[in-house]
Design a protein around this ligand. Structure first.
Ligand code: 0RA
Length: 646
């Protein structure tokens, strides 16, 4: 190539790079999912994932994440450091290529074992493109190197700013508030949960999170260090710590099957829920996939074989089904796949076929060994399976009753439901209201064209502690099923939900804004989480937010949803205002309830989503489970109401 041609080639490439970066800024959601709270936090995960990659290659064991005072983020690792030498093809430093070329990531490093990398696996350049300012500092080859960028544009060539006998990479970035227009404020809990999760998924790596925005009582910055010696085994103990164990120890394995690294840990508790969590390349696969199928297959075949051989099933009059083996089971499956195919609505379902048998084999070997070595535990598990099978039979009968009463099968709607007249479910809303009196107000206040009211009597059943058939026998829960028009249960999965005939696309939980109301809200959410998760995942579940105060002066009436708002309104009225604190929905009249809480033009509905199923699961088991002390501690720590982000 002539010099001229080379020059042209170089500028052509840099234009392409620029276009790539511009494209990220034009269509950020394509790269990071969304530009809300989730996307904002995704930036941190993206950078940390690169450090985790270094750790997985065995080059790094310490990662620091700092939320700076100004809400910018600093991450540091002691890996090899991003290469700084000339990148031949691009004609600039490799560091600059990694930082400014979309998809460059570690491509020029084919030998390294690279399987991590965010939900979208897009690389640090995306973070750079979406930051007002980013500074990269690399310790490598005896020197400290530095380069800075603004909205992804290089400010100066990579330069050496000193000497160093260490290696590692440090990145500080400030998210662009013109892109993250909703908020650029980082949530400590969210980052803390993810760092904890990462430390369990990558044992031996020390991850420290520090929040320089806040100090504790001793005047030190809020900080946590996560380190796991035993990985998933400890993760299980963390998740299941609030449940009563059925067997003595956590069953776990770690190894490679057909070239696929597989890690599994599981334990049985005395409860009735099934808690399976799966990861691919450190990403939580909410929708499961081939690795989870492999787990189920291995578990069922191994336990069935053992149970058959034990003779314990001989007196059972019916077949044991797949579900029965998973009651009271908490398990985590983590695999590393070189080229993962993600499918499903939220692209969190693993599609790679070859993974099923790898995990299935791994689980069979692990479990066969454990059962042979722990006959007492094996017996407890088989007994539990038998009980589950019996309960399933009882539940099937109870469920039949629910189905029979289903409007689609001619059973009619619950008597307490005040239905709306609109027939198109996408336009319909149903309010689940605590108590008959509030139900009455809501019924008067609503727009009967598209809003239906279902009053629920007092505290609904705590499904966390109840066996399945009790759940299906419960009057309020039966009403919810029939009112919503959803059907349940297939042979394979007794809780699978059919949403095709959902009668309302918005299901709104409307409770008092006090401790009792919060408790009821949590009970209903627990039920949805355990028995109608698809409803939450489909974005159909909402929480109404009634106001806390009415501020009156003369004929002026204004509502406040918190103390701050209340004080502002009082100030704006120049004194003399009367304040009424609403203790419950019942204290509002129909018109007030409509104006503040039900009218789509003025109300605020909080949509319920499952951001982190693993954490939600742990919190529900803690809030609603048997072990009282941790629950009390949690509730006390979180003052009046534990506002769970589910
Ligand atoms: C490309 C190649 C190599 C390392 C990295 C990237 C790297 C990236 C990041 C991002 C944060 N921390 C990081 N640490 C390393 C390989 C370097 C070599 O071969 O020496």
């Amino acid at each position: 190539m002539s010099e001229e041609a080379k020059k042209n080639q170089y500028s052509a490439d840099s234009i392409q790079a620029l276009e790539g970066m511009e494209h990220v800024r034009m269509r950020p959601s394509m790269y990071i999912g969304d530009v809300g709270v989730r996307g904002l936090h995704h930036l941190v995960y993206e950078v940390v994932d690169n450090s985790i990659d270094e750790a997985m290659g065995g080059y790094c064991d310490t990662i620091d994440v700092i939320i700076n005072e100004d809400n910018s983020i600093t991450t540091k690792d002691n890996g090899r450091g991003i290469p700084v030498g000339l990148h031949k093809k691009e004609g600039v430093s490799a560091l600059e290529v990694v930082m400014t070329k979309i998809g460059a990531g570690g491509k020029f490093d084919k030998d390294s074992y690279k399987v991590s990398g965010g939900l979208h696996g897009v690389g640090v350049s995306v973070v750079n493109a979406l930051s007002i300012h980013l500074k990269a500092t690399v310790h490598r080859e005896g020197k400290i190197w530095e380069q800075e960028y603004e909205r992804g544009k290089t400010l100066y060539p990579v330069k050496s700013i000193g000497e160093s006998n260490e290696t590692g990479t440090e990145v500080t970035f400030m998210p662009d508030d013109t892109i993250f227009s909703q908020t650029t404020e980082y949530n400590y809990e969210t980052l803390s949960n993810r760092m904890r999760e990462l430390s369990y998924l990558n044992k031996g790596v020390t991850i420290t999170l520090t929040d320089k925005r806040n100090k504790d009582e001793k005047g030190e910055f809020i900080s946590e260090t996560f380190y796991s010696e035993e990985g998933l085994k400890e993760f299980i103990k963390f998740l299941d710590g609030n449940r009563e164990p059925l067997i003595r120890s956590v069953i776990s394995m770690e190894g490679e099957k057909n070239g696929i690294p597989v890690e599994v840990a599981m334990v049985y508790n005395t409860g009735y829920t099934e808690n399976l969590h799966s990861y691919v390349n450190n990403i939580n696969t909410h929708e499961g996939g081939t690795h989870l199928s492999g787990f189920r297959r291995g578990l069922t075949s191994t336990l069935k074989k053992y149970a058959d051989g034990s003779g314990m099933l001989d007196k059972l009059k019916f077949e044991v089904a797949g579900d029965d083996f998973r009651e009271g089971l908490t398990a985590i499956v983590s695999v590393k796949v070189a080229e993962p195919q993600f499918e499903g609505q939220t692209k969190t379902k693993l599609g790679n076929r070859e993974v099923t048998s790898a995990v299935s084999q791994a689980v069979s070997e692990m479990l066969t060994n454990y059962l042979e070595e722990h006959p007492d535990d094996a017996k407890s598990v088989v007994q539990k399976v038998i009980l589950a099978a019996q309960a399933r039979h009882a539940a099937a009968k109870a469920r039949e009753m629910v189905q029979r009463k289903n409007p689609m099968t001619g059973g009619g709607l619950p008597g307490k439901l005040s239905d709306c007249s609109e027939q198109d479910p996408t336009k319909c809303e149903v309010f689940l209201v605590e108590g008959d009196s509030a139900g009455g107000t809501a019924k008067q206040g609503r727009d009967r064209n598209f809003q239906a009211i279902l009053p629920l009597r007092g505290k609904i059943l705590n499904v966390e502690k109840a066996m399945q058939h009790k759940v299906f026998e419960n009057e309020e829960i039966k009403n919810i099923y029939t009112a919503l028009g959803v059907t349940i249960g297939t042979e394979e999965d007794s809780k699978a939900l059919n949403l095709e005939k959902l009668r309302y696309h918005k299901v709104v939980i409307m409770c008092d804004a006090d401790v009792d109301g919060s408790h009821i809200e949590t009970l209903i959410l627990t039920f949805f989480f355990r028995y109608m998760r698809e409803l939450i995942e489909g974005g159909h579940v909402y929480i109404a937010t009634p106001p806390l105060y009415l501020v009156k002066k003369g004929s002026k009436r204004r509502y406040a949803w918190n103390d701050e708002e209340r004080d502002e309104i009082i100030a704006s009225m120049n004194g003399g205002a009367g304040i009424q604190r609403y203790k419950g929905l019942g204290e509002m009249n129909a018109e007030q309830l409509w104006d503040t809480t039900m009218n789509p033009e003025f109300r605020t509905l909080r949509q319920v989503s499952i951001d982190n199923a693993t954490e939600s699961d742990r919190i529900f088991s803690m809030l609603m489970g048997d072990e009282v002390p941790p629950r009390r501690e949690f509730i006390e720590k979180n003052a009046v109401y534990a506002n769970i982000d589910v």
